[in-house]
Design a binder for this molecule. Structure first.
Ligand code: HGY
Ligand code: MN
Ligand code: MN
Ligand code: MN
Length: 408
């Protein structure tokens, strides 16, 4: 097991070097130089572990161990390898590395499966560059259409297609994958919360993943001179946006049942200290374990925005992502639980407050998800850390489950 722990630590350490903000966490935006570095590393390891490497028209990476059955559907194991700005080293890569090391155990034990095993490294789960998120998995299942994909641009106006070309990817390759080619999808992820650590339990068996929506609000006012424009003649977009944002927490609190709402990104235009802002664009990320709360909160945010159609202020709401809550597959949960028990690794049921690619794949195949504890419950920050012993436990569980799933 030590050897496995060391390999896991080596992968996480290596991948953490591929960041645009060295010393200030992991910033690895999709189709960036850092993406390319991580991509080369992952493809290299897939080849080393005897996998056939391919990339699709979105830049998702696949490492396939062929099965003995012809044209049989694959058991996929993986996660995403992009990050939030100044994020941690484990959110995403922990799951990709787990897939790699399950494949390494297949190779080491000379297992020739009936059904293929595929390690998958997904792009743009966070949505940090092109907005929304879950882009790699949504492209594979077809809920992100070709039109929508090629028209996505980053904040600098660069399109997905242009950005892909910059790192030598081919957007004309197939994107949507026939669901009949997928037998199951397993994902290991860090919990990103405090529950497992507080309970002292090394494995979380994910039952369900929270539903979420991401909105982008644009508030338009009128630019003006900060010194010469009287207070009663201003259409100050930032003052209006600030009043809107200040009212958001109450929307989640009044929905209750763990509903949450967050404004994580805000851009002010023209962003000059002595200029009255004429435009503000900010995000609203809202989540709940129950779909009706999400729909209620979207409605209330829209009403709030409309209520500010005051003097000279124009506002709009764009929905960038919508995912209802998703339950994991009970048979997969039973299989993963059985393997935990056989390996004497304690586990408990847990729901995910974070969104994951597993929720997208749950529409087209059987999906299961494991969590490992996050130190101090921290994630989406440089302090994010998980114990490689916990990760190694999870690899063992996934390996035993993958052996079963690729045999029958
Ligand atoms: O935002 C999320 O829940 C995930 O980290 N993309
Ligand atoms: Mn993640
Ligand atoms: Mn994340
Ligand atoms: Mn996720």
């Amino acid at each position: 097991m030590n050897d496995l722990k060391q390999r896991i630590e080596g992968h996480i350490e290596a991948l953490s070097q591929f960041t645009a903000t060295p010393g200030q966490g992991t910033t690895r935006l999709t189709y960036s130089k850092e993406d390319l570095q991580a991509r080369e590393y992952l493809k290299e390891k897939m080849k080393e572990y005897g996998l056939q490497v391919s990339e699709d028209g979105l830049g998702n990476i696949f490492g396939k161990l062929e099965g003995t059955l012809k044209d049989a559907p694959s058991v996929l194991i993986g996660s995403h390898f992009d990050s939030v700005p100044n994020g941690g080293s484990y959110d995403g890569p922990a799951g990709v590395v787990a897939g790699l090391e399950v494949a390494a155990l297949f190779a080491k034990n000379k297992i020739k499966p009936k059904y293929p095993l595929e390690v998958i490294a997904l792009i743009e789960e966070e949505g940090s560059r092109f907005g929304g998120g879950l882009m790699g998995s949504r492209g594979i299942v077809g809920s992100l259409g070709e039109e929508e994909f090629i028209n996505l641009t980053d904040k600098g106006g660069i399109t997905t297609v242009e950005a892909m070309a910059e790192i030598g990817l081919d957007p004309s390759l197939p994107k949507k994958r026939d669901p009949k080619t997928m037998k199951a999808y397993l994902e290991l992820h860090i919990e990103q919360g405090p529950i497992l650590e507080e309970k002292g339990i090394p494995i979380g068996m994910v039952e369900a993943i929270v539903g979420l929506a991401q909105l982008e609000i644009t508030v338009e006012g009128k630019a003006g001179h900060a010194g010469t424009t009287p207070m009663d003649r201003r259409s100050d977009a930032l003052v209006v946006a600030a009043k809107m944002i200040a009212q958001l927490p109450e929307i989640a609190l009044s929905e209750g049942e763990g509903s949450v709402i967050t404004t994580g990104r805000l851009h002010v235009f023209p962003n000059g200290a002595n200029v009255i802002p004429n435009k503000v664009v900010f995000t609203v990320d809202l989540r709940s374990g129950r779909e009706e709360h999400i729909l209620n909160m979207i409605g209330q945010v829209q009403q709030l925005v409309e209520s500010f159609h005051a003097f000279g202020i124009k506002n709009s709401v764009q929905q960038q992502l919508y995912m209802p809550p998703k339950a994991m597959n009970q048979e997969i949960i039973a299989l993963l639980s059985e393997k935990c028990s056989e390996l004497n690794i304690p586990f408990c049921s847990i729901n995910s407050g974070a969104g994951h690619d597993a929720m997208v794949f749950s529409d087209v195949t059987d999906v299961g998800m494991l969590f490992v504890p996050s130190k101090d419950g921290l994630s989406h920050c440089p302090e994010e850390w998980s114990d490689s012993q916990d990760l190694a436990n999870a690899v063992q569980i996934l390996y035993e489950a993958a052996k079963k799933l690729t045999e029958a």
